[in-house]
Design a protein around this ligand. Structure first.
Ligand SMILES: [Zn+2]
Length: 166
């Protein structure tokens, strides 16, 4: 009997990791966030994943690492190394367009600017994700989590989260 162990391709791994979501914004996968930097497969059991944490000290990162391990373990990997690459630091610019669309659909306004061209985010117009009104006001720079700010729409009167540029 030949115990044939299927060798995963790097493409397979990217697909497997699509199952790992941001615990704070469950509609976003870690790929939407753009935090996976490198995938290095030694053999069908050993793998090394390099990630760049989103917000330093964000408790969600531990959950994400655990989920990556669980997904890979479920696909036969027994030696899983997760490395953190802190430089260059993650920015919301790395978020994919697909990720931004998902955020909107979830009722969170995605980052409106790239970090390079907008240091004055608080003066900017942040549209309502529900009615797209641009008449909105900042209620708190910290929403349900530190990465979001809380806004209120002056047209539909609903409060909403804004995923801050970072
Ligand atoms: Zn609105």
């Amino acid at each position: 009997m030949v115990n044939k162990q299927t060798m995963h391709t790097e493409e397979d791994i990217w697909r497997i990791l699509e199952n790992v979501c941001d615990p704070e914004v469950p509609v976003l996968t870690i790929q939407d966030l753009g935090i996976i930097r490198k995938i290095k497969m030694q053999d069908s059991h050993s793998i090394e994943i390099t990630i760049t944490p989103t917000y330093s000290g964000c408790p969600a990162m531990n959950t994400i690492s655990t989920q990556i391990r669980m997904e890979l373990a479920a696909h036969g990997f027994t030696h899983i190394t997760i490395l953190e690459e802190l430089s260059p630091a993650w920015t919301t610019d790395w978020m994919t367009e697909k990720g931004k669309e998902k955020l909107s659909a979830f009722g969170i306004t995605p980052p409106q600017y790239t970090t390079k061209n907008n240091p004055r985010e608080w003066d900017a117009i942040i549209p309502c994700p529900r009615c797209y009104s641009t008449k909105t006001e900042l209620i708190s720079q910290f929403g349900s989590t530190a990465c979001k700010a809380l806004y209120k729409c002056l047209d539909c009167l609903e409060p909403f989260d804004y995923f801050k540029c970072h």
